[in-house]
Design a binder for this molecule. Sequence first.
Ligand code: GCU
Length: 426
Amino acid sequence: MNYVERIKEFYAAHPVMDFYTDRAVEREVVGLLNYDESAIQPYKVSSPLEKEDGTKVASVAEWEQSRRSKIIELFKKELYGEVPPMPDQVEYKEISCKKDALNGKAVRKEIDMVFTMKNGKTHTVPVLIYLPAGATGKVPVFLNLNFKGNHTITNEKDVRMSGLLNDDKSFLSAEQRSCHAERNSIEMVIARGYACCTASYNDFFPDHIDGWCDSIYALFGDYENYSRGHEKYSSIGAWAWGMSRLMDYVEQSEELDSSRVALHGHSRLGKSVLWAGALDERFKIVISNNSGLAGAAMTKRCFGELYIYLVTAMPHWFVKNTARYIANEEAQVFDQHFLLSLIAPRKLVVASAENDLWSDPYGEYLGTYHAGEVYSLYGADVLKTPLRQAVGTVITSDISYHIRPGKHAQNGIDWLHYLDIADKYL
Ligand code: GCU
């Protein structure tokens, strides 16, 4: 029996699993996953250009006018859900402005983004912005959602704590300040002339199975006792929506240039940026760092993390439909290169880390490679070969890719490439 068959058998015997109450079953699932390239079973790579009738899209016009939207519908239904509605009103309230931030190198702003509904419901998201000091004219922006709060991505200790809706309050301690500073590398970004605009993903959807009632979805419906997966919506959908709401802020700002925005995200947020970048064409560069399964990696390779883990561990990240692909990946009519293709012809950047096998680095490369079919329709430069890339490879083009040594992270090495890409294309 190969490992795929073993997983099918295990799932048939455990159709209902709960990692929250049964850690032993979680360990068993992790033990079933495969990290051996030679054990991978043959799988079919479908073409995003192939229509339901079997013929292929032949022009950009046909792609944009019909096929592209069909693929978006597919991802809504099978993975990430519907796009949440817009609140009745959005206000931006300036909370602070520090003119001599980062030792005089930056201007720092803290904003409250306040969503209000006619029925009186409100939801507030704290936003943090750094602008290069002395900038003349509107500046290009690196935009993202962060994990543990705005206070964790800066070395400045007087930034207010955010991400308060998270159930894990350990993020809100003095020791957690600046723990994720390298993920945003603000000093590097500012030194190269870019602004940074960020908010915590927990302030759009607190990342746990019962996060619904404190999420933006509560503006639009009753989620008081809601838990886990939903028919129509997902937390990834809420995070992608949040990225677009930050973009709305950039659009009305007099200091930030909304025509030059690079969206970036790591891991689960690397998955979310791909969905946000697919839906919102205002993002000119979409950077997906170590995004793995349901991100840039090819699902049907079944290498590293699989749905049997992801959808059981994080049911709120996806719509309920996704569960039907657990131990049944081959039933998908799409794979993740379809998602990456939706970003064409805008710049796509995918980054892997050598030791991040959970995320399947080679699968991330192949997803990026296969997206080239749609990019080629636009005459864009694409990845030239499906062969595995040597660690240290850095490709800067319409489709960029790198694989650096080391573990699952977004660090200064990744930033060197992202800033070069931005210098070239923004
Ligand atoms: C978990 C999850 C991954 C995800 C990662 C992260 O490991 O299984 O799919 O990418 O968390 O977001 O850090």
